[in-house]
Design a protein around this ligand. Sequence first.
Ligand SMILES: CCCCCCCC(=O)CC(=O)SCCNC(=O)CCNC(=O)[C@H](O)C(C)(C)COP(=O)(O)OP(=O)(O)OC[C@H]1O[C@@H](n2cnc3c(N)ncnc32)[C@H](O)[C@@H]1OP(=O)(O)O
Ligand SMILES: NC(=O)C1=CN([C@@H]2O[C@H](COP(=O)(O)OP(=O)(O)OC[C@H]3O[C@@H](n4cnc5c(N)ncnc54)[C@H](O)[C@@H]3O)[C@@H](O)[C@H]2O)C=CC1
Length: 783
Amino acid sequence: MAEYSTYGSVAVLQVNNPPLNTFTRHVLQALVSGLERAQRDPAVRSIVIAGKGPTFPAGADLEELLGTAAAPLLSNLRMVDKHVDTCQKPIVCAIHGTALGGGFELALASHYRLAVPSATLSLPEVHLGMLPGAGGTQRLPRVVGVKSAIQLITSGQDIKAQQALTLGLVDKIVQGDLLKEAVSFARSVEGRPLEDRRISQRTVPDADKVDEVVEATRKTILRKARGAIAPLTCVQAIQASVLPFAAGMAREADLMTYLMTSWQAAAQQYVFFSEREVRQWSHPRDKHINFRTAKPTVIKSVGVVGAGTMGAGITISLLQAGLKVVLLEVNKKQLDKAIAVIQKTLRQKSASQKMSQLTTTMDYSQLSDVDMVIEAVFENLRLKKEVFRKLDVITKPQAVLASNTSGLDIDKIAAATKRPDKVVGTHFFSPANVMRLLENIYGKKTSAETVATVMQLATTIGKVGVLVGNCAGFVGNRMLGPYRSEALFLLEEGVDPQDVDRAIEEFGFPMGPFRMTDLAGNDIGWRRRIEARLTTEHGPPPDTPALYRRGDRYCPLPDMLCLQGRLGQKTGAGCMMLQEAKDDLTENIYIRFRTDGSVFDLRRLLAHTKTLEELILDLLFADDCALLAHTEAALMSHHAPSMCNRYDPGSRTALPDPVVLQMIQDYRQEHGFKKRTISSQEIVERCLYSLINEGFHVLDEGIASRALDIDVIYLFGYGWPRHTGGPMYYVERVIGLEKLLRSLETYSARYPNHSHLQPSPLLRDMVAKGGSLAALGTTDSKL
Ligand SMILES: CCCCCCCC(=O)CC(=O)SCCNC(=O)CCNC(=O)[C@H](O)C(C)(C)COP(=O)(O)OP(=O)(O)OC[C@H]1O[C@@H](n2cnc3c(N)ncnc32)[C@H](O)[C@@H]1OP(=O)(O)O
Ligand SMILES: NC(=O)C1=CN([C@@H]2O[C@H](COP(=O)(O)OP(=O)(O)OC[C@H]3O[C@@H](n4cnc5c(N)ncnc54)[C@H](O)[C@@H]3O)[C@@H](O)[C@H]2O)C=CC1
């Protein structure tokens, strides 16, 4: 637990609690005993504390901290802190690996800190809904000042050894044998006065600015982490660091108690464990196929097909993980643009050597040797099937073929090949090199080995892989459907897009549904609806009532906006919406043939073709002309105004657009909707409860095996506020299943034709029988 040894006058205490040397009460007890022994022994003149194996202690053991052992754990932790801080013999911490939370706090309580260059320090408690409650909020500001301490503690960010040296958090970076160096360092400081080495005795350097700093940070936190109590409570604790040390510690302890008993801390700790538990996947339809039984294929090289937004991001992710990539694109201009984006991003990450792992091509035969292909071409089933047919012929037989489709049928794509067992969905999220989620979709014939391979790929590239079943939209986008529909229905009834966004953002989402659509592009959903024959490029399908599709309520507002060229704010650089371009439709929508440079009005072309997708397909496969459709499609949206908001040139701030507001008002009038005042609570409930209700359907159908899979998808792919634990956790632990059911019953009685408000049978059943979401699923839960 804590091994004691002596090297002449130096006592060495090595924490030995593999794999992370976390502090359990027994580890802490052993540390206390070791410290007492060292203090008692007159032959010992200095002490070194280190971690055995791969790391210095990574903090308190969460399972103990959250369970019944919390009280003895905390009291032992305080005892260690006291022993260290008051010790009359110099204590040197020798840091390697990750000194996190209580581990870093122990180091701060010591007199000297040495670290290897690769060491990382941090106080990540805020991510667990807590604060650094072992003196971290009091000692860190005494070293780095209140301003930096607030920044480091409220972000929980990593501090690399070199940065720690600059900040004065470590005294020396050790290049060679850490323990040997620490012992000799300890020997060199024996007998020196210790008072100025005790951080607790120092004063905060920027104490006079504390109120100013706190006020400024509060505003940032309220904007960035709306609804989360831990960051603001951390600030309160840090604010107390200007008081005498003992008073500050007492304040820290009170605030820690408050946080530890809050529902948000429990929610965030659930997130921590769920993020890890999704790796322990099992096949929802056959529990014998799971992470233990299925062996992944080793992937060393990956082909990426399509160098658009997603292809470029996926390529960056793969290169950063050290994989070889062959990036294929049919449009030379697009390929060049992607290469520039990849180069720039890798350069920013100081990873230019990774570019040597990249081959770019327009020739499919270059994919003959890769271990796996990830397809990221346009979202069109016919095109994807065509691409997979080609890949099946060209790639080696054992290669895995994955599609990045955001919702198309994996089985249909697989059927285009002679290796459906090797076909799988790998749904990345935009920006693919930033977003942590990888939604992996197995088809009817996907083999266990293929599933294991893509789940392993997620880990290899630093993503959180979640295994889900195949259905339209899979888990994430399928649940988003009802949420978006309900947001639109709210517009019909009287609220403005900005009201909906505000309510959802106040709940904690970084962006409401309308700002999100503006950013992603309103045309994405439009194309999907056109493909699903819910609408056409010219308006509702013939003989279709304006407000209904297949018997269900439908809001055509987004289609109407698209028809007006209001496609949203694209994520591309320099993209902005110009007020003057609003009504300029024909100029934006065109396709240019490279052969003679002639420009065709897309609207006129469409009049002779079935769908926009089919037109693009025809052009892609035509030999006599190279299509600039992608560029033109981007152009279309670059120049078009946004769906619901106005963006001043150079700004991403959404402003209400009077033209859109007028259009919604006219629409209400035309369809006889009476404007009424709707509360933020109703907005949040109708949008989020309908999304969560769909989550119950998803569980019922076995598309997701566990509620935690859904939570992880929403937390890591859709910006669901982390402090609430995810949609399913939130509804069960905070709202209550019974309340959800009653609310859905009320809303569905009021809106009987909003089918997504009809409570799911699983929800009804669970309320009737008192079931719990945590109990559903396949693996043993830690919680
Ligand atoms: C007045 C009141 C006084 C209150 C005093 C409170 C004292 C405090 O200030 C409170 C604390 O210390 S809270 C803990 C702070 N430490 C952390 O948050 C570290 C969390 N861990 C990590 O970041 C990564 O695991 C890490 C970077 C360390 C390693 O990452 P890897 O990717 O290498 O490994 P993982 O897959 O994440 O982890 C391996 C297994 O270990 C489990 N685990 C990780 N951290 C744990 C921890 N702190 N406690 C218990 N289990 C932990 C993790 O779940 C995983 O388990 P399996 O999935 O079963 O393998
Ligand atoms: N953009 C997003 O936020 C997300 C998109 N997706 C999915 O990823 C896929 C790609 O989306 P984006 O990157 O946004 O599209 P995009 O339009 O930016 O890029 C598609 C690229 O594929 C290329 N392409 C077309 N046919 C090709 C072929 N036969 N061979 C090689 N390249 C070909 C195009 O020239 C274009 O560069 C779609 O299935 C989409 O639904 C998934 C998650 C998020």
